[in-house]
Design a protein around this ligand. Structure first.
Ligand SMILES: [Zn+2]
Length: 377
């Protein structure tokens, strides 16, 4: 599973005078095996650069090692993967292969820093759900991310079992002791979760356990946990299985994501109503993509529309044989929405695919803009 730290390491990396090789390889779901020859073709391109005798020896050497390394590890990716990104700077010890759940345009980049925008735009859509299964003496942490559940370990504390034959003051004392130990335990669990929340290691939090005990725990939440708290579910911490945790936690994450989508759609419609820069529908959004105006693009999940592209000036439109910007002939595409998504990623914008039922269903795409749309060509 892709760790937050890995993404941070890649995005913050700099070659410091040496080249970072970035490769994005798009996977064709109808022909997944073609992936290998796509990588070959890209590496061939890099080999050309590495063979350039005008470049310093160190640079060429690093690139050559990058090629070798990618050649060694490339293998057909996991079934859900729709693109693979490689980031490599052999001379400075960077090598990462990241499988992405959404398509990205094929691309080779050699620069002093990794080309992370498409990866960031894709990962931005997926939220990390931290799960804490708690009772009065133990806690077991899990992470649900991109439909995979990872075990993050446990925390165990001393508990006092209520004695069967306690009486009088003893009973009262024992009861207080039980409560005290439970509170100490909950505080420790919170202390373990809060720094991870502050450091961005998870976006959302779900809590499972005995329903009567859960409020005792969630009452201890400081603001950073309160803000990320997405829901609870009832399970017996001692007998719960991986399968059950996933089954209970996944709908919490899903509900949160659908709510977020509805909120984003209504925010843009509200901006529209108050005259703030927005783009509504395909015509406006394609022009917004062409002019690099789109800051946040909402796309109806699985929406497709034919259109035209100019690869020279990145002009996007629904129709037209000639690019009005440079005068070259346009290229027809069966899905100009995909071209728009790739363009917005390149321009550093955010993307959100919307699955929820919202007014976006009739518009297909809408965007929050950085500036008002320039007059159309
Ligand atoms: Zn053009």
């Amino acid at each position: 599973m892709l760790a937050v730290e890995t993404v941070q390491r890649i995005t913050e990396f700099t070659g410091d005078g040496l080249p970072v090789l970035t490769l994005y390889v798009r996977i064709d779901p109808a022909d997944r095996a073609a992936y290998i020859s796509q990588v070959d073709a890209m590496l061939h391109e890099v080999r050309g650069v590495a063979g350039n005798k005008d470049l310093p020896h160190e640079v060429r050497n690093s690139l050559r090692k990058d090629i070798e390394r990618i050649n060694e590890v490339r293998s057909e990716p996991q079934p859900r993967t729709l693109a693979v990104a490689y980031f490599s700077c052999s001379a400075r010890g960077l090598f990462e292969q990241v499988e992405l759940p959404r398509p990205v345009r094929d691309r080779v980049m050699i620069d002093e820093t990794p080309w992370v925008r498409p990866m960031v735009a894709i990962l931005d859509e997926y939220h990390r759900l931290r799960i804490a299964i708690v009772d009065r003496g133990s806690a077991h942490f899990w992470e649900l991310y991109q439909d995979e559940l990872a075990d993050l370990g446990t925390l165990r504390d001393r508990t006092l079992r209520k004695p069967d034959f306690a009486y009088g003051d003893r009973e009262y004392e024992t009861h207080n002791k039980v409560e005290l130990l439970a509170r100490k335990h909950y505080r420790k669990v919170v202390d373990q979760l809060a720094p991870d929340a502050r450091n961005g290691l998870f976006d959302l939090l779900a809590v499972g356990g005995h329903p009567e005990e859960l409020p005792e725990f969630t009452d201890f939440f400081p603001r950073e946990l309160e803000e990320r708290f997405a829901g609870t579910f009832a399970v017996d911490p001692h007998t719960v299985t991986r399968g059950v945790i996933k089954e209970e936690a996944a709908p919490i994450l899903e509900k949160w994501e659908r709510d977020e989508e509805r909120q984003l759609v209504s925010d843009i419609l509200e901006r529209r109503a108050t005259g703030l820069p927005t783009a509504l529908g395909l015509t406006e959004c394609l022009w917004g993509g062409t002019t690099a105006a789109i800051d946040h693009l909402l796309v109806q999940e699985a929406a497709q529309a034919p259109g035209v592209v100019c690869d020279e000036s990145r002009y996007l439109a629904e129709a037209g044989d000639t690019c009005p910007i440079c005068g070259r002939p346009t290229r027809k595409t069966p899905d100009v929405i995909d071209e728009l998504v790739q363009t917005v990623m390149d321009e550093g914008g955010r993307i959100e695919h919307v699955l929820a039922e919202t007014p976006l269903q009739e518009h297909l795409v809408m965007g929050r803009l950085r500036f008002p749309l320039p007059p159309m060509e």
